[in-house]
Design a protein around this ligand. Structure first.
Ligand code: 3UK
Length: 507
């Protein structure tokens, strides 16, 4: 049920409840430094909660910034913040002082827990933003470190009695341009996402071992690598830096069964599966950007596993359109996740019939609450969240991704979705990665331009350009073919695996 009691603390539900039920000895989190059962994670989180309250002066409602790569300690800190009734503001490890400063100012962050190895940029941000009063480091040495402070604290902590609609988490969007937007989520939102997508599309059990690449600061990673495994009593492997080769090695080493990562990472892994024993793996989830049919086929051929695609958004907290393995349909994201509603709207906000391209709108137990941002009005219309994606819904209720609304290419009067051209190109054996944009053009307004990264053994040149163009013309409507093709050694991507099209557009 998606009804929640008036008082609710997500740490009680996801962590303490297992120990209370006598399941405390089950393995919970594994990292390079720690391997914790549920009881050990609970004790650690309780001690850290005491540090937050006694040593750092955190009171309920304070915003506490987290900075670190994925690790059991980072997760323990996250739960400690929940236990103290404070609000977690997790940040991407690669952020610099200036970006951290924007987040500190926007969320009025007063306290921080930070991996000692990443302290310098945060110290700089703190100098510029004195609202941040107190930073404590973990994974370091010394008597003022988090571990030393926590060692003297009791392993019991009485969780703050939060309301189910108290904010517990401010997630910043991995937006590719503009000022970062903070999205606020309640304790009940954290529980709601555990009850919607996982039981319907993932169906993991307590015996599963989760693994993946998304940072816990990205809600795809927080859900997939901490909340969802813990909601079923499973365990999770947290990797500080999960490049495709590291991830493959770790899947084999830990006998992982459920993997979460982005399409680009599945493509890179597919090329090297032969060197690894992946027989433990049974479920693979793809999100963050559209999953091309060619990538679904590539991964299935390499591993025998049907990818589970799902579109989620920081604003919605997690995935709202998806499918299970049996419901996979190449080229489509899936159907609306039970608990949510979704439709496609025209520019006037009217629902479009099947087959028509328009703006994706979604509604459900979670939704967009920007922290002090004018853009709330653009994102939410009459209770519907407009994700900024162009989609169509087919007659069977499957949603077919087209492009980000601002990324639609208009060329010679035609509307062309770059990702459709990318999907066509990715099916060609010479193409490892590609990105398609509209390049300004006097005559046509825009022309379709493709940036292509080649697989080893293929040579860039006019012959290959012509081959690729002919290939696209033979696969999709010929007017969509890329009139310009440029070869690059790699494509610009965010830490979350999203192609940065705006950077491809810069001449
Ligand atoms: C795009 C997809 C097509 C789409 C996210 C799962 O990506 C997540 O959140 P962000 O706020 O970005 C949201 C935007 O990313 N997108 C994501 N997944 C897909 N497009 N197919 C997909 N499967 O433009 C969306 O509006 O960074 C994903 C769970 C939690 C998340 N926060």
């Amino acid at each position: 049920s998606l009804q929640f009691p008036e008082r609710l603390n997500c740490a009680s539900e996801l962590l303490d409840a297992w120990v209370a039920q006598g399941q405390g000895d089950r393995t919970c989190l594994t990292g390079s430094r720690h391997h914790w059962t549920y009881a050990q994670l609970q004790a650690e989180a309780n001690r850290i909660a005491h540090v937050l309250v006694q040593d750092m002066g955190v009171v309920p409602g304070n915003r506490v910034l987290l900075r670190g790569g994925n690790s059991p300690m980072l997760a323990a800190c996250w739960f400690a913040i929940q236990k103290a009734g404070a609000i977690a503001v997790a940040t991407m490890p690669l952020l610099r002082a200036k970006e951290l400063g924007q987040i500190i100012a926007k969320a009025q962050v007063t306290h921080a827990l930070c991996d000692a190895a990443l302290g310098a940029e945060l110290a700089q941000a703190q100098t510029d933003h004195p609202v941040l009063q107190r930073v404590v480091h973990y994974h370091g040495e010394g008597a003022d470190g988090l571990e030393a402070l926590a060692a003297g604290k009791p392993a019991q902590f009485s969780n703050v009695d939060t309301a189910s609609d108290d904010v517990c988490l401010i997630a910043f969007t991995s937006g590719t341009t503009g000022q970062p937007k903070g999205t606020m989520h309640f304790h009940r939102d954290v529980m709601a996402i555990c009850r919607c997508w996982p039981p319907h599309c993932l169906r993991a059990t307590a015996d599963d071992v989760f693994i993946g690449s998304p940072p816990l600061a990205f809600t795809f990673g927080l859900g997939g690598l901490v909340l969802f495994p813990m909601s079923v009593g499973a365990s999770s492997v947290l990797l500080e830096k999960a490049t495709p080769d590291v991830l493959l090695g770790a899947i084999a080493q830990h006998r992982a069964t459920v993997c979460f990562t982005a399409p680009t990472s599945y493509r890179a892994m597919a090329a090297q599966v032969a060197q690894h024993d992946l027989r433990s793996l049974r479920k693979c989830v793809s999100a963050g950007e559209a999953l091309p049919a060619a990538t679904r086929a590539l991964w299935k051929e390499a591993t025998g596993i049907e990818l589970i695609d799902g579109i989620g958004a920081t604003e919605m907290l997690h995935i709202f359109i998806s499918h299970d393995e049996a419901g996979a349909r190449p080229g489509a994201t899936g159907r609306v996740v039970p608990g949510y509603q979704a439709c496609v709207l025209d520019d006037e906000g009217q629902v479009l019939p099947a087959g028509r391209i328009g703006r994706l709108a979604v509604k459900g137990p979670t939704g967009c609450r920007y922290l002090d941002d004018e853009r709330q009005r653009q994102y939410v219309l009459k209770g519907w969240n407009l994700t900024g994606d162009a989609y169509l819904q087919d007659a069977d209720g499957y949603f077919v991704y087209q492009a980000r609304t601002d990324d639609m290419i208009i060329s010679g009067g035609y509307n062309i979705a770059g990702p459709e051209v990318e999907s066509a190109l990715l099916a060609h054996p010479a193409v490892a990665e590609c990105g398609v944009i509209g390049q300004p053009d006097e005559e046509r307004g825009q022309v379709v331009k493709a940036f292509v990264v080649l697989r080893p053994g293929h040579e860039a040149g006019p012959d290959l350009v012509r081959q690729l163009q002919d290939y696209v013309k033979a696969t999709i409507a010929p007017y969509k073919y890329p009139r310009a093709i440029e070869f690059l050694p790699s494509l610009p991507r965010t830490e979350t695996g999203k192609l940065q099209r705006f950077r491809l557009r810069q001449p």
